[in-house]
Design a protein around this ligand. Sequence first.
Ligand code: PMP
Length: 317
Amino acid sequence: MTLPMVEKVPSLSWADAPAGAVVGNTPLLPLRRLLEKQGVTLWAKAEWFNASGSVKDRPAQEILRKALQEGRLRGRRLVDATSGNMGIAYATFAAAWGVPVTLAMPASASPERIAVLRGLGAELVLTDPETGVDGAMAWVASQVERHPDRYYWANQYDNPANWQAHFRTTGPEIARQTAGRVTHVVAGTGTGGTLTGVGRYLRSVLPDVRLIGVQPAGSEERIPGLKHMATSRRRPAVYDRGLLDAVRFVRAREAHEMARRLAREEGLFVGPSAAAAVWAACEVAAEVREGLVVVILPDAGYKYLSSPLWAPKETAV
Ligand code: PMP
């Protein structure tokens, strides 16, 4: 087989590829084994197909591109708080576009995330795990106030470019991939950007679509990427609670159980927040008579290999 010739070396980075080539245009996969119910189908948006491996490529690329276009990064470092995936996405595009990055995250972040971020050359600040992402945000806020000329605060929690990325891409993709037949969207909420953007777009074209947010069932239930809004210090501006029809609460144990089922019954090796969303989507599907339920799967399971989630059950002989 002859490979096509590369006619000329592109002058821009790979990260400037046309919309949908390296970010977005992710597949929508049917979950046929998990849900066997007449009249209801469950479809999963596989966001680990994005370039840096998670849903966060969409807002990170949008936020960085906007900051570059507006000239906010001249001589300054991009800084933000993250629980992991947004950091990996920032660090990926920042490396491709030659932007220095500083990321604050709780020291409890998985060793896989920390290793990837170090590998991508980001400067890391590990904050007190007891204070979670709120503590990382407080560190960023204090540094930005002290050194406004050194840092550009991307602020994924309040930056409208976060939800706008999903309004421009994820929402239209779901409408197109379901030929407008989607009835419910179920998504975990961290910043809320995914569900706000997808929801605002879909409501504009399909006013009856139901939007269901998924949160951990309490502050003690740790599901990486998801926020228990009631006990967090500050609600992100990007999170639009008024848009949602319902919020469902999932325990870490339930998310882990579902992650293993998805791996073994569907061949989908996903992270715990994806599994939590599928848990909630199955509850929704069980309660409706008919519908097409779309669930967002933010990332794959590889960043969680050190978590007890995947602990082998085999006994040594
Ligand atoms: N799951 C994972 C693994 C994530 O990293 C994030 C982002 N924090 C989410 C879910 C939630 O996405 P959003 O911030 O758009 O609400």
